[in-house]
Design a protein around this ligand. Structure first.
Ligand code: NAI
Length: 322
């Protein structure tokens, strides 16, 4: 990295993927004073869940427009104390296909596309081709292998690449997990911690590149145990949320409200990731896919982002992770 602290603040960033997290991260970076390029990725295929729900490829751009709408809604909702009026004007939206070359002008690129290793690897390959020398690249993965994501990329890319995992919603959740890959420059980690802490107001923890890192390894396990208990004791979704919400001091993060906020497809990816990669038999068993989640996802009911998950009336604020 060739510099010594304190580092110059980041002025120009890009976020790839304008979904639940990408839109929120873009808003947070813009609020911190950065100019942000928010690029969605034009879809080329349906997920099995979308195909099963009877969607066609023509429906997918609608979802991208919804992401743009979500960003606009974020803009309107920000309390004055947290966000200044000018921050939305600092965000330029586009798509990776048409605007990829603009990545050459930014200092930091945040990858926030769907939680699938093959998709992330393909997007990172395109980022590598477009990035300028010295541009930092981070992934917002919830817990896929950072090392596997960097495979096949050149040394310069690998030195400037790490996991920087924001939590949902990015403006409120205070934690960022930093996850170095095998070739991450140690000084990059120091710089990222500085950016996250001083520029973005976050607390930082450095995690090992293990399945789901720290917070999701524990948090997702807790959710799965809760769903298992619901089944065992014949409880309803409302009863579980009554028990695991305000009554436990979590006014906005009751189990199923949080699942809707996170997105059921994302949660299933996160669950699969531990089950497929853990070397602990008991843990693999605990991370079985809950049939309740699979049933909803198969109908395309993915939570707040599709307008329907465990709850129909959506749009409430909450906090969570994945
Ligand atoms: P999302 O489903 O809201 O958005 C996914 C984005 O990926 C969209 O921009 C979509 O256009 C793009 N995408 C979908 N299929 C694609 C494909 N085949 N090729 C290229 N791009 C594709 O997902 P969300 O929740 O924003 O998650 C993004 C990342 O952030 C994931 O790695 C997820 O694990 C992580 N994350 C999610 C959290 C959550 O609470 N939802 C919290 C923290 C991290």
């Amino acid at each position: 990295m060739g510099g010594s602290t304190p580092f110059a603040p980041i002025r120009r960033a890009a976020v790839i993927g304008a979904g639940v997290m990408g839109a929120g991260i873009a808003a947070h970076l813009a609020n911190a004073g950065m100019k942000v390029l928010l690029l969605d990725v034009p879809p080329t295929a349906l997920t099995p869940e979308e195909a099963q729900a009877g969607l066609t490829l023509a429906d997918k751009p609608v979802r991208n427009r919804l992401a743009a709408k979500a960003l606009a809604a974020l803009t309107k909702r920000q309390p004055q104390a947290l966000y200044d009026n000018a921050y939305a004007a600092r965000i330029t939206a586009g798509n990776l296909e048409d605007d990829g070359a603009k990545l050459g002008d930014v200092e930091w690129i945040v990858e926030a596309v769907v939680e699938r290793l093959d998709v992330k690897q393909a997007v990172l390959e395109r980022i590598e081709a477009a990035r300028g020398a010295g541009t930092i690249v981070t992934t917002n993965t919830s817990g896929l292998s950072v090392a596997a994501m960097a495979e096949g990329r050149g040394e310069s890319f690998r030195n400037y690449f790490a996991g920087a995992h924001f939590f949902n919603p990015p403006r409120h959740m205070k934690l960022v997990e930093l996850v170095p890959g095998p070739d991450t420059d140690p000084e990059l980690l120091v710089r990222l911690a500085d950016i996250c802490h001083r520029q973005l107001g976050k607390g930082v923890v450095v995690a090992k590149d293990t399945p789901n890192f720290i917070a999701n390894r524990i948090g997702t396990y807790g959710m799965l145990v809760t769903i298992h208990a619901m089944r065992r004791y014949g409880l309803t979704v409302d009863e579980v949320d009554a028990l695991t919400g305000p009554a436990m001091g979590r006014p906005k993060t009751a189990t199923f409200r949080m699942l809707d906020l996170v997105g059921l497809d994302t949660l299933l990816h996160v669950v699969d990731n531990v089950r497929e990669r853990s070397d602990d038999e008991q843990e693999r068993a605990a991370f079985a896919r809950p049939p309740e989640l699979e049933a909803l996802a198969a109908r395309g009911w993915l939570g707040e982002k599709t307008g329907q998950g465990f709850y129909r009336k959506l749009g409430r604020q909450g906090a969570g992770s994945a």
